[in-house]
Every structure is written in structure tokens, then in C-alpha cells.
Design a protein around this ligand. Structure first.
Ligand code: ADP
Ligand code: ZN
Length: 436
């Protein structure tokens, strides 16, 4: 396979060279951090009063973790390290408590973010020949604008359509012969279910690749999407606290996402003890953004569970790879004492060929006992078929789930279009236990 690079020197740099870049950038970002109200208070307490107190990369471990709550408490400017006039962009996400968090970027920060997104796109084989339809929502959410700038930089023809309006999405894909998409996996599944009604066939389209991200999804869902559309799907990981997309992206080998380690320092920790774990072990991802000077965030606890690969990728890049996100520490369900991640359920149901493109997980209570109900859409041809076949499918799903998560679920089969559709991040779990 011919590998394309955006910035070959940095992408194929040796581990030693990557670490040299990291150390010098860590010093710079610590210097910026020391001019924010938040870190000015914290860092001297752990013996870091100036950038020169960072002697080796190991000194990072002296720095306390930064939590989502720190961002909330410092809203709106407690983590700003430049003059407000030097900020050219802000993004914001409203958390569950309703107190928003905000991030700021200077012109140079925009430059480094855009460059990492461009690098990510080129790593998938994307190029100026692509027609790129960006189906992630624009606005305060980082997904839309983040990819937009990177794709323009690569020279793609960008269609900034944003999320939603499936009919129009299909029409645009057809009229402009779109080759590349950026979309959540749940919405891409939905688009497939609408394709038949639209009168447009896959043969009319020119789709080649999709960047899928913003929400957890299983390998089985990726495979399903690749088969349904006859395209390659590349996992894209990012979060607003670290700018947004462009933190980690799959290369053409699609075997784990390269974390751009000249831009970030990744660590995996035990979420209970905070201890740093070796490569290969599952834990919570902690990220330090090495280049965003307007708003430095050090050792941010993402709450995302994953592991780092220890081997080197066939593409020649030495930047370590991040596994698929298994779930978030805060979306783990405890069902009658058993820990279950939604992704474990998704893996099982997406393997079953009769299962269509949407599902949802319901948690309720019967007396003191938790009840798990998995609602699954089935392809219409099968749904309108024999009742005995439906019973068999139901039984099979229930049995395979029980074998995998050790809980006996109720399974409901529905026709396509029954379950709610999400144009952005899907809500897969509805927990009604505390309302019962
Ligand atoms: P919010 O915390 O409001 O959802 P973001 O829009 O910044 O804020 O979303 C970032 C989160 O989305 C990540 O922390 C992660 O949980 C999830 N996410 C993003 N990309 C992926 C991906 N490729 N796979 C799984 N989860 C992802
Ligand atoms: Zn690779």
C-alpha cells in the first residue's frame, strides 16, 4: 500500500524524536498554564513554579489531573492564558449539570488544530480529489468546524451541510458525487435505512470513505457500515477539551487510532487509584494538550475507557495507537450488580444479520430487580415475514446477549423507523429505574 503523509517528518519521527518534541512543548505549555488563574494556584504546590521545573517527561506525573469540574469552576475565563483580544474562536459544550464548559483558541492554536485534522484526513488516504460532505453539526460543537477547516486545508471540496435533513443529504451526495463523509455512526446507519425510499441507489453514488466518530461504536457496527455502503470507515476521536476532532484518527490500516503525540501526551490510568498503567492495559484516557496556548489543559481526565497499543503500525507512523473507546466511565450501567457497557450489547446485536440499523437499551425496575430491555429494529422484509422466524431471532438475540453479559434481557423487535433517530450523538440508553 502506498502511504500518504501530510507532514512526513513528524509522522514518521522516531520515538526518541517524538519525545524530544514533547518535552520542549510540555515546557512551553506549562509556561502558558502558569499564567492562568487555575494552574497558577495549583502548579507551585507540586514544585512547578516555572517551565524549567519540567526536567523530563516524567515530571508530567507531578501535575494533578484536571477534571471536567475544574473547567466548570473556572468558567468562563479561569483557564485563559492570553489576552482576550488574542482569542479568535471559542467552542462550548453544555454538560449534564447545565453549567457549560468553554474552550478558547488563538490564531496559532487554530493553526495547529487545523494542521492535525489535515494530517488525520491525509492518513486515511483523503486528498484534494475528494468531495467532502460534512454531516456533523456546525456551531459550538467542535465536530463540524474542526473537520471543515482541516478538509479545506487539504484542498477537498467541502459541502458544509451539517447534521440532519436526510433527504437533502442523499440528494447532495448524488448531485455532487460526494466521496467522503464525516458523520456519527448512528446517523450513517439511519441514512442507509432511508436510501431505499429516496430513489437513489448506491450505484448512483460515489462514496469511498467515511470519518465516523463523536460517539462510542463497536467494530461490528463499523463492519456493518462498510458492508452496507461498500466504503471504508475510519474511526475519529476527539473531544472539545482537547480542541475537538484530530486527537486520534485511524490510518489506512484501520487498526487503532494514531494519537498525534507531537500534539498530545496520552496516559492511561486506573480510574479508581489514578495510577498510570502500562501500554496494553485498559483504563481511563488522560490527555495533555501540548499546543493550545490560549487555554492550556494538562492531564485532562477524559472519562473515556481505552488502551494504548504497544506495537508499531504498518503505516510507518510511530505515534501510538488508541483502541476503540470501550465506553465512558460515566456510561457504565450497573444492572443487578453486574457492570455492563452499552458497547457490549451493541457488539452482540450488530453481529446478527437480520438486525437493522437502530437499537436502544431500556433499564426499568420490577420491584427490586433491574430489567434490561433491548429494542431492536429488524429489516422490513424480515419484520413482515413469519411470526415463528421473528420469535427465533428474538430468542437468538436474547441468548447471545446472555452469554456475553450474563444478564437475561427482554428483547423487542420493531420495524424500521420505530425507534427515535439522532442526527448527532445517539442516546442509546434510557434509564428509567429511578422513576419507578
Ligand atoms: P461532550 O462531553 O459534551 O460529549 P464532546 O462533543 O467534546 O463533548 O465529545 C467528546 C466525547 O465524545 C469523547 O470524550 C468521547 O466520549 C466521545 N467520542 C468522541 N469520538 C469518539 C469515538 N471515535 N469513539 C467513541 N467515543 C467518541
Ligand atoms: Zn498506521
Amino acid at each position: 500500500m502506498e502511504i500518504s503523509y501530510w507532514n512526513k517528518d513528524v509522522e514518521t519521527a522516531s520515538r526518541q524524536d517524538i519525545e524530544t518534541i514533547q518535552l520542549s512543548r510540555l515546557r512551553e505549555i506549562v509556561a502558558s498554564a502558569l499564567s492562568t488563574d487555575h494552574y497558577k494556584r495549583l502548579l507551585p504546590k507540586v514544585g512547578i513554579a516555572s517551565a524549567s521545573d519540567i526536567k523530563t517527561l516524567d515530571d508530567l506525573r507531578k501535575i494533578p489531573f484536571t477534571m471536567k469540574d475544574d473547567l466548570r469552576q473556572n468558567y468562563p475565563t479561569g483557564l485563559l492564558s492570553v489576552d482576550f483580544k488574542d482569542v479568535v474562536r471559542m467552542h462550548s459544550s453544555s454538560g449534564t449539570t447545565g453549567i457549560p464548559t468553554v474552550i478558547y483558541l488563538s490564531r496559532e492554536d487554530m493553526e495547529s488544530w487545523t494542521d492535525l485534522v489535515a494530517r488525520s484526513i491525509v492518513a486515511t488516504g483523503g486528498s484534494r480529489d475528494d468531495v467532502f460532505q460534512n454531516m456533523m453539526s456546525y456551531g459550538l460543537f467542535t465536530g463540524g468546524l474542526g473537520l471543515h477547516y482541516g478538509a479545506e486545508r487539504v484542498g477537498m471540496m467541502v459541502i458544509p451541510i451539517g447534521g440532519g435533513n436526510t433527504g437533502k443529504q442523499i440528494q447532495m451526495m448524488n448531485d455532487f458525487q460526494t466521496t467522503a463523509l464525516h458523520i456519527t455512526p448512528s446517523y450513517l446507519l439511519h441514512i442507509h435505512s432511508k436510501l431505499a425510499q429516496s430513489g437513489v441507489t448506491l450505484e448512483d453514488l460515489n462514496l469511498q470513505r467515511a470519518f465516523i466518530g463523536a460517539e462510542p461504536h463497536s467494530e461490528e457496527t463499523r463492519q456493518k457500515l462498510e458492508e452496507l455502503f461498500g466504503i471504508k470507515c475510519f474511526n475519529s476521536y476527539g473531544l472539545s477539551e482537547m480542541n475537538g476532532p484530530g486527537v486520534a484518527f485511524e490510518c489506512e490500516y484501520r487498526d487503532g487510532m494514531h494519537i498525534w503525540e507531537d500534539g498530545f501526551i496520552p496516559e492511561i490510568i486506573d480510574p479508581e487509584t489514578g495510577d498510570v498503567l502500562p501500554d496494553g492495559e485498559l483504563g481511563e484516557l488522560v490527555l495533555t494538550n501540548l499546543t493550545r496556548k490560549a487555554m492550556p489543559i494538562l492531564r485532562y481526565r477524559t472519562r473515556d475507557l481505552a488502551h494504548l497499543y504497544d506495537g508499531v503500525c504498518r503505516c510507518g507512523r510511530q505515534h501510538r495507537r488508541l483502541s476503540r473507546i470501550k465506553g465512558r466511565t460515566d456510561d457504565m450501567m450497573i444492572i443487578n450488580g453486574v457492570n455492563v457497557f452499552p458497547s457490549q450489547i451493541e457488539e452482540v446485536i450488530m453481529r446478527i444479520p437480520e438486525v437493522g440499523t437502530n437499537y436502544q437499551i431500556y433499564l426499568t425496575k420490577k420491584g427490586a430487580i433491574d430489567q434490561l430491555t433491548v429494542k431492536v429494529e429488524i429489516y422490513s422484509k424480515i419484520f413482515s415475514g413469519e411470526a415463528s422466524q421473528l420469535d427465533q431471532i428474538k430468542k437468538r438475540i436474547a441468548e447471545e446477549l446472555r452469554a456475553s453479559i450474563f444478564i437475561h434481557p427482554q428483547v423487542q423487535l420493531h420495524e424500521p423507523g420505530y425507534l427515535p433517530v439522532f442526527e448527532g450523538k445517539a442516546v442509546r440508553v434510557v434509564d428509567q429505574r429511578d422513576q419507578m
